[in-house]
Design a binder for this molecule. Sequence first.
Ligand code: HEM
Length: 390
Amino acid sequence: MEETTERIEKPVSSEAPGMDLKSTRGAFMSNLELPRKGSVQQWLFDRSEVFEPIFNYIGKKVVPQHRHSIWYYFGGLTLFFFIIQIVTGLLLLLYYKPTEAEAFSSFVYIQKVVPYGWLIRQIHAWSANLMVLMAFIHMFSTFFMKAYRKPRELMWVSGFVLLLLTLGFGFTGYLLPWNNLAFYATQIGTEVPKAAPGGALIVELLRGGADVTGETLTRMFSLHVVLLPGITMLLLSAHLMLMQIFGTSIPIGYKEKGLVKGYEPFFPNFLMKDFIGWMIGFALLIYLAIAVPWEIGIQADPLSPPDANIKPEWYFWAQFQLLKDLKFPGGELLAIILFTIGGVVWLLVPFIDRQAAREEKSPVFTIFGLLVLAFLIIESYRVYLDYGFH
Ligand code: HEM
């Protein structure tokens, strides 16, 4: 391969979407000093042509700038906390033992003996919560910006399943420390499907028997560290691939009204800004992990329920409150039906909202979204009033 001796030509750039940077790698490299001949940098630089097609592909994407551009950061933040989960989860796996006899003691060992084990566990617990929060903000922001409309329907569908998977991570991970509160909360949580026809089978499959036991722990563990991460990574790749193919959406009417101030290249400009967002998220995460640690609790004991009121994690509070509201014969089944219908309608929004698909405003759907959001916030707040946060 010919050695590079000159500075790479500046690329052609344009302001319009789909701008054609001749070489994004070139654009990036042209701002750097040329490596010395024969140096390691020179060697790497010459071979970096391998990545040329990737750089060029990524370089096609531009991000529109307008007064709501801030919301474009939340998908990336969700991704950031997911990456943190993978890294810290792998570290926890070095010491965690997923058996009834050893789960709690290995968990205490990580917290108290393993150097920085406490920090890794606290980061894992807080990052899980932040990931769920970011995923909710990302979902509602894409909803209100109608980013689900044609041609991004599958982005919405894949995103919705990603949210369910994220909640699945929370649910299965909760039992792993094998402490008493988690044990009884899982007992109640896994009981819910029983009210639905065929639900008893689901309960038995989840628990690995009639009750929550060591079998349940093994099942939750394998779901948490094998099945859910595998499916999530596949689906996430599809979600991000679709993002690359379709590019970032613009709210309805913004282009026509001249509300789009310009476009900036995703790589490296927007990615660098994403990075600043990630660093702010990381600072918040470290602060929470150190200043507001999650409890260890006491080992699970099937014979002594905890004194504290048992409630699920905050992201299941709305469902929990609805179940409490409908405490009459058949109420549980009604709650399950309502949530299933609500979930299916939410999933199908891109296909139902025909106005948005025609690039027309669809206020009915905006109101629908506001009602769903109000329902989730009010119901969750009611749980907070009754039980507090912890
Ligand atoms: C694990 C969870 C998720 C991750 C890591 C993720 C990641 C991303 C990223 C990085 C983007 C591009 C940047 C942005 O526009 O924010 C994006 C876009 C998008 N996501 Fe997600 N997402 C997740 C969940 C969801 C959910 C729950 C939904 C909705 C149900 C969703 C729907 C969308 C849509 C419609 C876009 C296109 C936005 C646009 O073009 O303006 N995603 N996602």
